[in-house]
Design a protein around this ligand. Structure first.
Ligand code: FES
Length: 461
């Protein structure tokens, strides 16, 4: 279950003395923000960190909570592409935002930013969104905090760990981190994680390199959290298989659903390049119109290609804003995510990541007045249209400027899906290539009986 706390309205951390009286109220409103790249830092062998500030300053462009994400829009090859990235800073507004972008095989935006991002570049982004954030008072969690990250799923978690590191010891719970990655060279923030608490007084880390045959073993997560694991807040971000395994383990351990926090970005490994021809037909019941879906296209992409403007926000399967009601047929690619079981059983699918698996019928193409599930609507009620309009506008304004400032080689660098989703919480499918990988979509990050000892920095420096 996605965190129930509304991170967009509650400040973090809550003041110690008067927890009911927030010291500062974030003013972030959904919409578009122009930000400037002020620094580009290598984050791993295949990833860079961009520091983003209000143009002309080194300040954060807007308040945010550690663990939230932003969505970037790009005009490329005649289409507008969107990518969501987690903010990995500690939430302080006197410092710039940070996002880390891991290269995805064939990824147009991830490779473009890794190759060409440089100080001075302007980007247009959404306001910070998302509820994958810390409890208002972390010290109140009786069982502490348990984090599980796969690949670039570490990015929102790193932001939360940084925020925890900045708290006085008396306000910090005990924290356990399980972090799986392909190889030490590709481990994002390896050194920074070690530096967070080298004495391991409040943070115990377990690292797993799949190239060395190490995997997260879900049964051991609860064991590592100690006797109060059932009363801990559990956070998981990574490939879908890993998320499912950890959520199931949390349920087995007796963790209340409201203490289980899942970042549900779609995995790029599950997306395929958009091809030519017709893969399926999408019928709109309200008008009777039939649309041809191309291979690899999400429902949202097909609708937009036909000129419809369904509402969306993250375009990464995380927020639920794009939910549309399916009346018949099958879709794939939006398993997990923020929709409740009831919404799913009512036919709702996440149009931004769901692809038709055969012909489908939708109640409508969405947009104003569409009958989306109430819960999904409430999640980002004010974000949906604003972001679409703002980012489409950015296509004609800010990104034209960016385009003029930077190399255009990217348009020839990849042919992947135009909505190859966020790298902020997903990992390359290549993680799963190990023979010990046991579950589609798990990234090869878990299920081995191996269970590392708390890391002392081995392989991380
Ligand atoms: S737009 Fe957020 S889940 Fe689809």
């Amino acid at each position: 279950m996605v965190s129930a706390r509304n991170a967009a309205t509650a400040p973090w951390p809550m003041p110690a003395a008067r927890p009911a009286a927030p010291a500062a109220k974030p003013a972030a409103r959904p919409g578009t923000i122009t930000v400037q790249v002020i620094e580009v830092i290598p984050a791993a062998a295949n990833a860079v960190t961009l520091r983003l500030a209000e143009p002309g300053t080194t300040r954060a462009p807007a308040p945010y909570h550690p663990g939230q994400f932003i969505t970037l829009g790009f005009s490329m090859g005649g289409e507008t592409l969107y990518r969501s990235y987690s903010l990995c800073g500690d939430g302080k507004t006197d410092k710039p935002w940070e996002i880390t972008i891991k290269r995805q095989p064939g990824g147009r935006i991830s490779n473009y930013l890794n190759d060409t991002a440089k100080p001075g570049m302007l980007l247009s982004v959404s306001a910070p969104q998302g509820n994958f954030t810390l409890p208002a008072d972390p010290a109140s969690a009786p069982g502490g905090l348990v984090f599980v990250a796969g690949g670039s799923g570490i990015t929102p978690i790193y932001g939360m760990l940084r925020a925890l590191a900045s708290l006085p010891a008396s306000r910090r719970p005990h924290v356990t981190l399980h972090y799986a990655y392909r190889s030490h060279a590709e481990a994002i923030y390896a050194r920074q994680l070690v530096a967070l608490n080298p004495q391991r007084t409040w943070l115990t880390q377990y690292h797993y390199a799949s190239s060395a045959g190490q995997r997260i073993h879900p049964e051991h997560i609860a064991m590592s959290a100690g006797p109060h694991a059932a009363r801990a807040h559990w956070y998981v971000c990574g490939p879908e298989g890993l998320r499912r395994a950890i959520v199931a383990e949390a349920e087995r351990a007796g963790v209340p659903a409201q203490f289980t926090h899942v970042e549900a970005f779609a995995s790029p490994s599950l997306r395929t390049a958009v091809g030519k021809g017709t893969a399926a037909r999408i019928r709109l019941a309200d008008t009777g119109r039939t649309l041809d879906a191309r291979p690899g296209e999400s429902l949202l992409e097909t609708l937009e290609r036909y000129g419809y403007r369904p509402e969306f926000s993250c375009r990464a399967g995380a927020c639920g804003t794009c939910a549309l009601r399916k009346l018949s047929g099958k879709t794939r690619g939006d398993e997990g995510g923020p929709l409740t079981g009831r919404e799913r059983s009512s036919g709702y699918v996440l149009a931004c990541v769901a692809q038709p698996a055969g012909d489908v019928t939708l109640a409508s193409a969405g947009g104003k007045g569409a009958h989306a599930p109430i819960a999904a609507r409430e999640r980002h009620a004010s974000a949906r249209t604003a972001l679409r309009v703002a980012l489409v506008a950015a296509t004609a304004t800010v990104f034209i400027n960016v385009w003029g400032m930077t190399s255009h080689n990217v348009s020839a660098s990849g042919s992947s899906s135009s909505s190859n989703s966020s790298s902020s919480s997903s990992s390359s499918g290549s993680f799963g290539s190990s023979s010990s990988s046991s579950s589609s979509g798990n990234g090869g990050f878990y299920s081995s009986p191996s269970f590392n000892q708390p890391s002392t920095g081995t392989g991380m420096s």
